[in-house]
Design a protein. Structure first.
Length: 201
């Protein structure tokens, strides 16, 4: 009879034992500064450069196991492109990077170094709506530190390097049959430093 009393207790413990461990989610608004980004115009022969400017965005991390996390990142920069003497002198546009990938974290009590990578797209949107938007494949690498101030609140310091792939000899930012440039290079790179405030749930 006493074994029958124990059975309900065992039934209650089995679901808890079989349940997977809870996965933390981290949400981090970021602010940073991004530089770099140049490619050649094969018509004018000029180098087209994106101006350095501030950036902002959001990072979402989801635990995969004890030391790895899935990572989804969005970062936007409002900048200008100097397309040379054959086009408008100041060509304003927004450059937005979105990537999905992962990071490896060296867990510690308060300071956690990490490195990671991801694939995604770069979306370039001219402020003048008469020009076409451009979307290209992108690869990024990142690394930095998470500094936890409490169990659930921390600072995130990081560097990110972006490589955006372009079709060689492709016309970009076209309007009414005229294009700002015809790209000669196969892509361009940018480097970004970010500071964020993380919340862990």
């Amino acid at each position: 009879m006493r074994y029958l009393c124990v059975l309900p207790l065992l039934a209650l413990t089995l679901p808890a034992a079989a349940a997977p461990p809870a996965r933390d989610i981290e949400l981090t608004p970021i602010a940073g500064y991004r530089g770099g980004g140049s490619f050649d115009d094969n018509v004018s022969g000029d180098s087209l450069d994106l101006d350095e400017a501030g950036s902002y965005g959001l990072i979402l991390n989801i635990d995969h196991d004890a030391n790895t996390q899935w990572e989804f990142m969005l970062s936007r920069q409002s900048t200008s492109l100097d397309p040379g003497p054959t086009a408008v002198p100041d060509f304003d546009l927004d450059v937005t990077h979105f990537s999905a990938g992962g990071i490896y974290v060296w867990r510690d009590e308060k300071v956690e170094p990490f490195i990671g990578a991801g694939f995604g797209v770069t979306h370039m949107s001219p402020d003048d709506s008469a020009y076409d938007d451009e979307t290209r494949l992108m690869f990024q690498l990142n690394g930095g530190y998470k500094i936890w101030l409490t169990r659930n609140i921390g600072l995130r310091l990081e560097l990110r390097g972006y490589t955006t792939f372009m079709d060689s000899d492709a016309a970009i930012f076209c309007a009414g049959g005229a294009c700002v440039a015809r790209v000669e290079s196969s892509g361009f790179g940018q480097l970004e430093g970010n500071l964020g405030l993380s919340a862990r749930f």
